[in-house]
Design a protein around this ligand. Structure first.
Ligand SMILES: Nc1ncnc2c1ncn2[C@@H]1O[C@H](COP(=O)(O)OP(=O)(O)OP(=O)(O)O)[C@@H](O)[C@H]1O
Length: 356
């Protein structure tokens, strides 16, 4: 196992890229710590698969280096990188039994038969296929085949990292939760570096210790689920994580106050002058609609089960608020923002308060 370093890495699928827009991955420096459980999260087309394929060696980056520990593997083929990869759709040998499919990576490396038998049984238990070990893979459901692919990805204990590219897409929702829990347990037990690509925030937040958020070919933030929630480094993180995403309002900042079309909002901290488009962001979870605070116009209330979402307009801009069960809307609704929960953004990037 080893730390994976991406140094000045960039990739374009074009032979002669001329502008930044031609790059699927813009230049980045990034370190994946040895033994970390990472989720790589972002919208479709932001470059997640490209990044994964560069780490595994399926794609050679057009610029920069890939290091495993201190070894430069930029030009090393996939087979030399000692990486297990699980893809979105099952890759199984139909004519082989489930047992032989799981044993394949170990036999390939000439492992001892008794060890293989033990390890295959262990992995079969993890993926819940102990009773199907002697069945041929042909004829199994897509779901079961993908479980075999997952098992095969996890069977080797000596890999540098396990890369998962949206591995639960074809798995039914109930099993999804179970497999994700298994993957997490496996990570705790064996401590492999795991990178798990997904565009589903629930999947990312439940699997990973650290979530790496990508947007438009860039890593915009790496942090714990709590950091992504509380202090999104980029407006995209604010919008992409959370349901609904963070409220963003165009504003002018003057010290510890934001001004939105004549409405003043206390920020709870002081800020220096900002340049470019300036916005304040606050999560719907930290917005309270009651009969106190600033004027707000409620448009509608949506019941989403555990709570309600209030869709409103504040200082001429859309506002979402989470309203707990049992709380009712006053006749003249007003709004307050929880103290210390407002973030300030300039040209989409978070600005730290003075002295922070
Ligand atoms: N082989 C390729 N040739 C040319 N362009 C490609 C190739 N593979 C990906 N791209 C482009 O590179 C960009 C990043 O794609 P990538 O597949 O890495 O994104 P992604 O985040 O994994 O998306 P998805 O979630 O849809 O798989 C996209 O604009 C895509 O169209």
């Amino acid at each position: 196992m080893s730390r994976i370093t991406l140094s000045k890495l960039a990739h374009s699928y074009l032979a002669n890229p001329t502008s930044e827009a031609d790059y699927a991955l813009k230049e980045m420096d990034h370190v994946w710590d040895d033994g970390g459980a990472y989720a790589l999260l972002g919208a479709s087309g932001c470059g997640k698969t490209t990044l994964l394929n560069i780490i595994s060696g399926l794609v050679r980056p057009s610029q920069g280096r890939v290091l495993f520990g201190d070894r430069d593997v930029t030009d090393a083929p996939t087979t030399e990188r000692n990486i297990a990869q699980v893809f979105q759709f099952p890759v199984v040998y139909d004519t082989m039994t489930v047992r032989d499919n799981l044993a394949f990576p170990l036999r390939n490396r000439g492992m001892d038969a008794a060890y293989i038998a033990r390890r295959v049984d262990q992995v079969a238990r993890m993926i819940g296929m102990e009773s199907e070990l002697n069945r041929k893979a042909r004829g199994l459901t897509a779901d079961a085949k993908q479980k075999i692919s997952l098992g095969r990805g996890m069977v080797r204990e000596d890999v540098n990292a396990i890369l998962f590219d949206e591995p639960l897409t074809v798995i039914d929702p109930h099993m999804k939760w179970e497999l994700r829990t298994q993957l997490k347990a496996l990570h705790r037990e064996f401590g492999h570096t795991m990178i798990y690509v997904t565009h589903d925030q629930t999947e990312a937040l439940t699997f990973a210790d650290k979530v790496v958020v990508m947007h438009d070919g860039r890593v915009v933030q790496m942090g714990t689920p709590e950091e992504l929630f509380e202090t999104p480094a980029h407006t995209f993180v604010g919008y992409f994580i959370g349901s609904p995403g963070m409220n963003l309002f165009d504003a002018e900042i003057a010290g510890s106050e934001a001004r939105l079309q004549g409405v003043k909002v206390a920020l709870g901290a002081a800020y220096g002058p900002t340049t470019g488009r300036t916005q304040i962001g606050i999560r719907p979870d930290y917005v309270t609609i009651s009969d106190e605070g600033l004027p707000v116009t409620v448009k509608r209330v949506e019941d989403v089960g555990r709570h309600r979402i209030v869709r409103a307009e504040f200082a001429g801009q859309p506002l979402n608020a989470i309203m707990p069960e049992g709380v009712s809307l006053p006749a003249e609704p007003r709004v307050t923002f929880a103290e210390g929960k407002i973030n300030v953004y300039a040209n989409d990037w978070r600005v730290a308060p003075v002295g922070a």
